[in-house]
Write a protein of this length. Structure first.
Length: 607
């Protein structure tokens, strides 16, 4: 709200404060003009102060009363207009900090997160910040100023007995409001938790729309969502019910205080010590005071609820970064692109080690493949190289530089990744390819697409590169998504390449097509291949076989087959599966051809 780098916003705060104080001073004149107009209508001109002659007439005093009200309203609107940009700037900065912080958190955090709940926390937090900023500056300060001015006016004009009654009323009103609002905060938290849970289930169900349809579980998903909404309904009902009791209690306290003051003023009028205008003035001043008094409850309630809404957002900001750059970390300098793992130990959980002292090297410009059964730790190696996690023991170096001693930005900028499960942004094909290098021009994007063997496919689409790919790229086939992933990696042009089971989810024919594109992009680059299908790593310069977190075998494809060990066993199983798949495909083709021949024969016979 007082940004150090924005002098223009500071001036807005200063002017808004000036208009705020002016509006409150003008507001004090409103009851006075009401009083003077009443005395003038009553014929008691002696009670009027030294006013300009044209204002002495009762009608002119009534007009002046309304003009003053308009002037006060105008100053208030000027204050709000000036402060609007300041408040929105604060909201934007805090929302931006939260978004940036989420992207600095580790892969561990994002694997455990619940997307729907996270988005709702941020949404509520931003609204809560806006509420706090607006009510703290635009309502709390004016209310305090108005109370002080009213106390001075009553003390000077009517005596301390009036001030005492008003002070007791304000104290009781504030005490009751705070106690009742604190009680309602627990209900608000319960409502927020139910809202987050319902939104999480809704987003999760919609993201997995196909799975829901596959198993016909629409009714079950609806019941899960409705159970969460039922809890929200109960909490929301309690919120509104408790608000009714809060408002009623406030009304009783203020009504009792106002009745006491009005009785005191009526007795003074009856005794002749006050004019009828004084009675009207006291009533008008108290009615005017009721507005900020109501705002006390409203402000406290809104600020407490705003704090409740943003506390989870601030909890996100308090989540520490697991992976940080060391002080004095330098940018990675890649001269050759040699990768070395030296006695690397790693575990996601201390009780379950994943890698148990593995050591290997990927020479510059060469291709090394990592294979092995599921759970052996293959994909963990790529995550460690990207420094999504830090190892517990050993070193990982690129051209002799420990990945923990260089900046994460430079490290990840030097590595290209083609993952097994390609997830695209819900945007155009051009956007997703250009994501590899955001400043690339259209010609570079199209060239990368041609090298990834997807350019011809895109050219056939009605909207070409402007074609939307849908949520997570679901409008494209698996092979098309992989080619887009390859194209954006080509556009990035990294010196080091990781292929993490890039073809394992594809059929044999598509795999062969994708493999030719991968061979092209990996040419001349230091390449680490995480493979499931062994047929994709035959040409690798070295194949490393992992089992239970250790290197069981290593060598070329031919050497490993000659050893007749784990690799040869995996090769035989995959070859048998491939041959069975090929036989099944041929049998289907033969059956289809037989059906066609019989159909043609029948047609000729009929002719």
């Amino acid at each position: 709200m007082w940004p150090a780098d924005r002098a223009d916003l500071k001036m807005r705060v200063v002017w808004a404060t000036l208009f705020l104080v002016t509006a409150k001073l003008v507001l004090l004149l409103v009851p006075y003009f009401f009083k003077w107009a009443t005395d003038a209508l009553d014929g008691d001109l002696s009670a009027l102060p030294a006013l300009p002659a044209f204002l002495i007439a009762p009608v002119m005093l009534v007009v002046a009363y309304n003009v003053v009200r308009l002037v006060q309203l105008g100053f208030n609107q000027l204050r709000d207009a000036l402060f609007a940009r300041v408040g929105q700037h604060a909201v934007r900065q805090l929302a931006y900090r939260t978004f940036v912080h989420l992207h600095t958190l580790s892969l561990r955090f994002h694997l455990e997160r619940r997307t729907g709940g996270l988005s709702r926390i941020i949404e509520r937090g931003v609204k809560g910040i806006e509420t706090i900023v607006r009510f703290t500056i635009l309502n709390t300060l004016p209310t305090v100023i108005e109370f002080a001015l009213v106390a001075i006016v009553f003390a000077v004009a009517y005596g301390w007995s009036y001030v005492a009654v008003i002070a007791v009323t304000v104290w009781l009103y504030t005490w009751f409001t705070v106690r009742a609002s604190d009680w309602r905060i627990g209900i608000r938290r319960e409502m927020n938790d139910s809202d987050t849970d319902a939104n999480t289930k809704a987003i999760d169900s919609l993201l997995n729309f196909e799975t829901v349809k596959y198993f016909g579980n629409e009714a079950m998903e609806a019941r899960r969502f409705d159970r969460s909404m039922a809890r929200y309904e109960v909490a929301a009902t309690r919120i509104w019910t408790s608000l009714g009791w809060l408002n009623f209690g406030q009304g009783v306290i203020f009504g009792a205080g106002m009745a006491t003051v009005m009785v005191m003023s009526a007795l003074e009028v009856a005794a002749g010590t006050h004019t009828l205008g004084d009675f009207v003035f006291v009533n008008a001043m108290l009615m005017q005071l009721s507005i900020p008094l109501n705002f006390i409850g409203f402000i406290y309630r809104e600020i407490r609820q705003g704090l409740t809404d943003i506390e989870q957002m601030f909890d996100l900001l308090d989540v520490p970064q697991e992976i940080t750059d060391r002080p004095g970390a330098t940018a990675l300098e890649v001269s050759e692109g040699a990768i070395r793992f030296d006695d690397v130990h790693f575990a996601y959980d201390a009780s379950r080690p994943i890698l148990k002292g593995i050591s290997f090297e990927v020479p510059p410009g060469k291709t090394v493949a990592i294979v092995g059964p599921s759970g052996a730790g293959k994909s963990t190696i790529s995550r460690l190289l990207f420094r999504f996690y830090d190892i517990q023991q050993g070193t990982i170096t690129i051209d002799g530089q420990d990945v923990r001693d260089v900046t994460q930005e430079s490290l990840r900028g030097a590595i290209g990744m083609v993952p097994q499960d390609t997830v695209l942004f819900n945007d155009t094909i051009a956007y997703n390819i250009r994501y590899g290098r955001t400043e690339a021009g259209d010609e570079e994007v199209e060239k990368a697409a041609d090298l990834a063997q997807i350019g011809a496919f895109i050219a056939q689409l009605p909207e070409g590169y402007r074609t939307m790919v849908g949520e997570r790229g679901l409008k494209l086939s698996g092979g098309e998504k992989q080619r887009v992933a390859i194209a954006r990696t080509i556009l990035k042009a990294p010196p080091i390449l990781i292929l993490d089971e890039a073809t394992s989810a594809l059929d044999t024919h598509t795999e062969q097509e994708i493999q030719s594109a991968l061979d092209l992009v990996s040419r001349g680059r230091t390449t680490l291949v995480i493979a499931h299908r062994l047929s994709t790593v035959i040409a690798a310069d070295e194949i490393i076989v992992l089992k239970d977190g250790v290197i069981a075998e290593r060598g070329t494809h031919r050497a490993l087959l000659d050893c007749r060990g784990l690799y040869a066993e995996m090769w035989d199983r995959q070859r048998e599966a491939t041959e069975a798949e090929e036989k099944l495909r041929r049998a289907r083709e033969t059956d289809e051809m037989g059906v066609i021949v019989r159909r043609r024969t029948a047609e000729v016979g009929e002719a």
